[in-house]
Design a protein. Structure first.
Length: 117
């Protein structure tokens, strides 16, 4: 079964940290760009961070300096390290894998991140 599974979400206090994982099964992530997206209640989806198959990264201005995206191809997993979390980071976080050949695209089911005191 081809799928992405996110994990690592939870409840954290403002200023805290979480690390989200995005694990692929049934296919290899080596030739995929990985993106993290989030959607808060009542808001439009937002692209947070992405990493290309060759390791180039992008972070949205809202998370720059606080979030870091990475990948470990040998583990078929991508990560989103989130530091200095703010209440406005509260959302469901999804990962996406898009083939660099444009022939396949996968989404995970999402993991809830709640930042609250």
């Amino acid at each position: 079964q081809l799928q992405l599974v996110e994990s690592g979400g939870g409840l954290v206090q403002p200023g805290g940290s979480l690390r989200l994982s995005c694990a692929a099964s049934g296919f290899t992530l080596d030739y995929y760009a990985i993106g993290w997206f989030r959607q808060a209640p009542g808001k439009e989806p937002e692209g947070v961070s992405c990493i290309s198959s060759d390791g180039s990264t992008y972070h949205a201005d809202s998370v720059k300096g606080r979030f870091t995206i990475s990948r470990v191809n040998s583990k078929n997993t991508a990560y989103l390290q989130m530091n200095s979390l703010k209440p406005e980071d509260t959302a469901v976080y999804h990962c996406n894998a898009k083939s660099r050949y444009g022939d396949s695209d996968y989404w995970g089911q999402g993991t809830q991140v709640t930042v609250s005191s």
